[in-house]
Design a protein around this ligand. Structure first.
Ligand code: ZN
Length: 315
């Protein structure tokens, strides 16, 4: 680790010390702050090459939402078994990646067709290979309440996507949830090359999770070696970026949750109806943002991350 990285993490240690005394976390609350790292589609070899070799699986967990299960080779399915054995979660991402909007036009009369084509056959394929998925992510994040209710009969834990380019990730309450929240679906923001969420911005989101005792969900697709010709593929994250995020989360003392584990942190009164979703009720409050901006601007003053606060104050 070079000097600037050491300084950067020293800054984080300072922030974590401040965050752990946050006025926003009620005294006596159990510390559940954490992150969900999730990956979609079929990039089993890349996922295994990255996570299969790690020696810190007791600490660092991820969730892999797999589509096109019927096209996987035996070797790929074995790799998913090995990932599962290391504590990672294997979820479902439909049979052939059809979108509720793009392919089904949100049509309520086509729900049974969707279940028959996209949900049930892929669940059966996974079961035939010894997997019992309970979590599901929607291709392209396309969903609505009618489809949620149908899919939930097969996969109780649903992940969608959320992004808002006008806000920093830490200001996006939609991707955070905590023990006091009720939800029927959880959303993640993208950390692939194309999502315009640089490391510093994602680290600020991790900091909010720590400060506010929340869990933040992110997702990616490919995991790319820095030297590979694909390193800048829009739908992939470089291994070096993922390394930095994992180190930062560890430095902050965040837990790495599988999606199933993260889901069970909230919803203590059972799911509410979709029309009453109140994810991160505390998330959008000005005091939370003000406190995190204060912490980040402190880093800026220390010249550890001079770019962050400057960008934040523009919003
Ligand atoms: Zn996908």
């Amino acid at each position: 680790m070079n000097l600037s990285r050491k300084l950067f993490f020293s800054g984080f240690l300072l922030l974590v010390a401040l965050a752990s005394h946050s006025p926003l976390q009620a005294a006596g609350d159990k510390d559940v702050a954490g992150v969900v790292l999730s990956f979609d589609d079929t990039y089993v070899k890349q996922w295994y090459d990255y996570f299969g070799q790690r020696t810190d699986n007791d600490e660092v967990k991820a969730t892999f939402f797999v589509s096109y299960w019927h096209t996987l080779s035996d070797a790929e399915i074995d790799k998913l078994r090995l990932l599962r054995a290391k504590g990672h979660e294997i979820g479902n991402h439909t049979y052939s990646h059809k979108g509720v909007a793009g392919d089904y036009n949100f049509d309520p009369s086509r729900v049974q067709e969707y279940l028959g084509d996209q949900i049930i056959p892929s669940l059966l394929n996974m079961r035939a290979d010894g997997f019992s998925p309970v979590s599901f992510s929607y291709p392209s994040g396309e969903r609505n309440e009618v489809y949620d209710a149908a899919v939930r009969q097969y996969f109780p834990y649903l992940r969608t996507t959320f992004t808002d380019v006008s806000r920093e990730m830490f200001q996006t309450g939609e991707i955070f949830h905590g023990p006091n929240d009720q939800y029927e679906v959880l959303a993640g923001d993208g950390i692939d090359n194309s999502y315009n969420n640089p490391v510093a911005e994602i680290e600020a989101a991790l900091l909010r999770a720590k400060t506010n005792n929340e869990i933040v969900t992110v997702y990616a697709h490919r995991i790319l070696a820095d030297g590979s010709p694909d390193a800048d593929h829009p739908y992939g994250i470089r291994g070096s970026k993922l390394d930095r995020l994992i180190v930062a989360a560890k430095e902050m003392g965040l837990k790495f949750y599988t999606f199933e584990e993260a889901w069970k942190i909230g919803n203590q009164n059972g799911p509410v109806s979709n029309t009453n979703i109140t994810v991160s009720s505390s998330g959008g409050s000005g005091s939370v943002n003000a406190y995190i901006i204060f912490l980040l601007s402190l880093v800026s003053l220390l010249k550890l991350a001079p770019g962050i606060a400057k960008r934040l104050f523009r919003h």
